[in-house]
Ligand binder design. Structure first.
Ligand code: SAM
Length: 280
């Protein structure tokens, strides 16, 4: 019988955030797959655990993944950890979990630290519905396409960002999404932890005066009724233009039709027909 892959979240700054179950699992498994074995050794030393570590990161994921899978198939158990937070969330792990799922190998996910969820919870913005957007691309076009596709997104949006790109990102968000509320969490769980609840324009001013340092999560308010086509006044032609706008941002036709149909109340069939007929 094959072994089990355990997804083990690790602290994002405060070692006290390791859970008792995470520590037990790290000490019970046969081996640990780690994003950076040097980082994980420090955590294991802190916990007093000695365990075989294998490296598993973006650039060796195929080769290392195959070795890990064959050990799992042979019956060994493995814990996957990243440098900080939850593996497979903007971190190595997604491909390994997918392979396990395809091969019928059991995967157990331990709940634990995740910067996105910690930042969302403290944001003061709506937590009813949210989307995780990860890192915006460093490539200008992809970054703008990504942001354009989010213009009508009504759910709260969570982004990860590096300090040296923060000002550019805030500027791009302001130009593409308009001036929205944003909650910026910096250095969560660490000594200089802070959460600034402000607007995109004020955040730009703030970080121009105070150069960004540390790790950041940006939690951006979703589009309000006034930011999107108005339900009562949008004509099918206006709605079709909105579909075109979303498509130019890279969204697929049916997805754009679904979204604009929700925004405007115009049925998907009607909107689709207008889009197709006016663009033939
Ligand atoms: N898988 C991790 C998780 O679950 O949080 C995220 C890994 S991703 C490579 C690293 C990004 O997460 C950072 O660039 C930053 O945006 C965010 N992050 C990680 N730790 C953080 C912290 N202590 N405070 C704020 N943001 C953090």
């Amino acid at each position: 019988m094959s072994g089990i892959l355990y997804i083990v979240p690790t602290p994002i700054g405060n070692l006290g955030d390791i859970t008792a179950r995470a520590a037990e699992t790290l000490s019970a498994v046969d081996f640990i797959a780690a994003e950076d074995t040097r980082v994980t050794v420090r955590l294991l030393n802190h916990l007093g655990i000695k365990k075989q570590l294998v490296s598993y990161y973006e650039h060796n994921a195929v080769e290392s993944g195959e070795k890990i899978l064959s050990r799992l198939i042979a019956g060994e158990s493995c814990a996957i950890v990243s440098d900080a937070g939850t593996p497979a969330v903007s971190d190595p792990g997604e491909a390994l979990v997918k392979s396990c799922a395809e091969m019928g190998i059991e995967v157990i996910s331990l709940p634990g630290p995740c910067a996105a969820i910690a930042a969302l919870a403290v944001s003061g913005l709506s937590t009813q519905r949210f989307t995780f957007e990860g890192f915006l691309s460093v490539k200008r076009k992809s970054r703008f396409d990504h942001l354009k596709s989010l213009r009508a997104e009504t759910r709260t949006m969570i982004f990860y960002e590096a300090p040296h790109k923060l000002l550019t990102t805030l500027g791009d968000m302001l130009s593409e999404l308009g001036d929205r509320r944003i909650s910026i969490s910096r250095e969560l769980t660490k000594l200089h932890e802070e959460t600034i609840r402000t607007t995109l324009s004020q955040a730009l001013i703030h970080f121009n005066d105070n150069p960004p340092r540390g790790e950041f999560v940006l939690v951006v308010e979703g589009a309000a009724g006034s930011d999107i086509v108005n339900e009562k006044t949008a004509s099918p032609a206006e709605a079709a233009e909105r579909v075109d706008e979303l498509r130019s941002g890279g969204m697929k036709l049916m997805e754009a039709v679904r979204l604009v149909s929700e925004e405007t109340g115009i049925s998907k069939n009607e909107l689709y027909s207008v889009c197709v007929s006016t663009r033939e």
